[in-house]
Design a protein around this ligand. Structure first.
Ligand SMILES: [Zn+2]
Ligand SMILES: [Zn+2]
Length: 368
C-alpha cells in the first residue's frame, strides 16, 4: 500500500480550499519545482507529487472520492500515476508547452482494493466460507477498455509512430547524446484516442460491483487481513489488476470474548454456590456446557475448560476457555436470609488486615 503524502499538504492548502486557491497553489508550486528550472535536488519527485495532487483536487468527483477514501480509495482509479491519463497533459501543455513525463511500458498495474468484512464471532473462531461484495475498476464495457468512443478506434500515435518512445538529441557540456523518452503524446501506449468513450471519458475503466467467495480460515487472529490476489482494480489500458485486501470486523458475542487462541467468559455465582460448589450451564464456542464449580472457589479465579478455545492458527488443536468466577454479594436480604447469614457469620473468622500475607491468602484464610 502506498504511503503517499496528503494531497492537501502537497499543495499547502486547507481541506476547505476553493478551486481558485487550489489552482493558484498549484501554479506557484509547479513553477517552483518544474525540473527544467528548479535547482532543488528532489524537484522531479516534488513536481510529480504536485501534479498528482492537483489532478485529483481540481476535479470535484476525484476530490470527493479522495476526501472519503484517501489514496487507497476503493473507487480511485488514480493510484499509481495518472500522467498517463490524458487530463494532466492539458494542464502541462497550458503551462509549459509539453514536457509531460511518464514511465515507459504502457500498461500500469491497477491499485489495490480494500473492503471490510463483518463476521459473526463464531465464524471468526471456526472459519467460514462467505461472499464479499465490493466495487472495483474493470475494463470499460462500452469501449472494451481502449477508451475510444463507440464506432471509433484508437489510432496509431503520429508522434512516435506507435513505438511509445521518442528519441531526442540533447546537447550537454559533455557533448551530444540521444535521449530515449516515453512519448508525450500517447503516454507510451503507441496509440491515441481521438474521440473519447463517453462512459469512461477515455480512461478505459469503469466501476462495477463484484462478488467474490472468500474462505476465512479457522483460528484467524483478530486484526488479520486477507488478500485476494488480482481481485483489486484493473489498471488502465490493459494493466493487470491489483490485489484486494479484506479487513475483518468481528461482531461482539453477548458472552464470549477472544484472547488469542483462548476464549474468555464470566460467570456469576452466589455466596452459597461459592462456598459449597455448583453445577452450572455456561455458554462455550461449542454451545452450552455443564461445568462443575468447585466448592470454595475464590472470586476472580479462572476455571479452565481445556480445548474449548479457538482452533490454533498455525498449530493443530485448540486453545482453552477460561471461565472467570464472580461472587455476587447479596444486597437485599429477607429476615430468614439475614438470620441464616448472621448464624453463619458467628461461626466464621471475621475480617482482618492481611498481616503481611497476600490478599488472596487472606481471602482463602477467611474461608478455612
Ligand atoms: Zn469506455
Ligand atoms: Zn506516441
Amino acid at each position: 500500500m502506498s504511503a503517499k503524502p496528503d494531497y492537501y499538504d502537497v499543495l499547502g492548502i486547507e481541506r476547505t480550499a476553493g478551486p481558485d486557491e487550489i489552482r493558484k497553489a498549484y501554479r506557484d508550486l509547479a513553477r517552483k519545482f518544474h525540473p527544467d528550472v528548479s535547482r532543488e535536488p528532489d524537484a522531479t519527485a516534488r513536481f510529480q507529487q504536485i501534479n498528482e495532487a492537483y489532478e485529483v483536487l481540481r476535479d470535484t468527483d476525484k476530490r470527493a472520492n479522495y476526501d472519503r477514501f484517501g489514496h487507497d480509495g476503493p473507487a480511485s482509479p488514480f493510484g499509481a500515476g495518472f500522467d498517463d491519463f490524458g487530463g494532466i497533459g492539458d494542464v502541462f501543455d497550458a503551462f509549459f508547452g509539453g514536457g509531460r513525463r511518464s514511465r515507459p511500458g504502457a500498461a500500469q498495474r491497477g491499485t489495490d482494493g480494500r473492503v471490510q468484512l463483518q463476521l459473526e464471532f463464531l465464524d471468526s473462531v471456526f472459519g467460514v466460507e462467505t461472499t464479499v461484495t465490493y466495487h472495483r475498476l474493470e475494463p470499460c464495457g462500452t469501449c472494451a477498455g481502449n477508451g475510444a468512443a463507440p464506432g471509433t478506434k484508437p489510432t496509431t500515435c503520429g508522434a512516435c509512430r506507435g513505438a511509445g518512445q521518442v528519441q531526442r538529441a540533447q546537447r550537454s557540456i559533455f557533448g551530444q547524446f540521444v535521449n530515449v523518452t516515453t512519448c508525450d503524446t500517447c503516454g507510451g501506449v503507441g496509440q491515441v484516442v481521438e474521440s473519447k468513450c463517453p462512459v469512461c471519458t477515455g480512461v478505459g475503466l469503469e466501476r462495477v460491483e463484484v462478488q467474490r467467495q472468500v474462505r476465512v480460515p479457522a483460528g484467524l487472529q483478530p486484526g488479520t487481513e486477507l488478500r485476494l490476489t488480482g481481485e483489486g482494480n484493473h489498471g488502465p489500458r490493459g494493466g493487470s489488476p491489483g490485489d484486494l485486501y479484506i479487513g475483518i470486523d468481528v461482531k461482539p458475542h453477548p458472552v464470549l470474548e477472544r484472547d488469542g487462541d483462548n476464549i474468555l467468559s464470566n460467570v456469576v455465582i452466589n455466596v452459597a454456590e461459592a462456598a459449597l460448589g455448583a453445577k452450572l450451564e455456561v455458554e462455550t464456542a461449542d454451545g452450552p456446557m455443564r461445568v462443575k464449580i468447585p466448592a470454595g472457589v475464590q472470586a476472580g479465579t479462572p476455571i479452565r475448560l481445556r480445548g474449548k478455545g479457538a482452533p490454533r492458527s498455525r498449530r493443530s488443536g485448540r486453545g482453552d476457555h477460561y471461565l472467570f468466577v464472580h461472587v455476587a454479594t447479596p444486597t437485599k436480604l429477607s429476615r430468614t436470609q439475614r438470620q441464616l447469614l448472621e448464624n453463619l457469620g458467628e461461626t466464621l473468622p471475621g475480617g482482618s488486615d492481611s498481616g503481611g500475607r497476600s490478599f488472596v491468602e487472606k481471602i482463602r484464610a477467611a474461608f478455612r
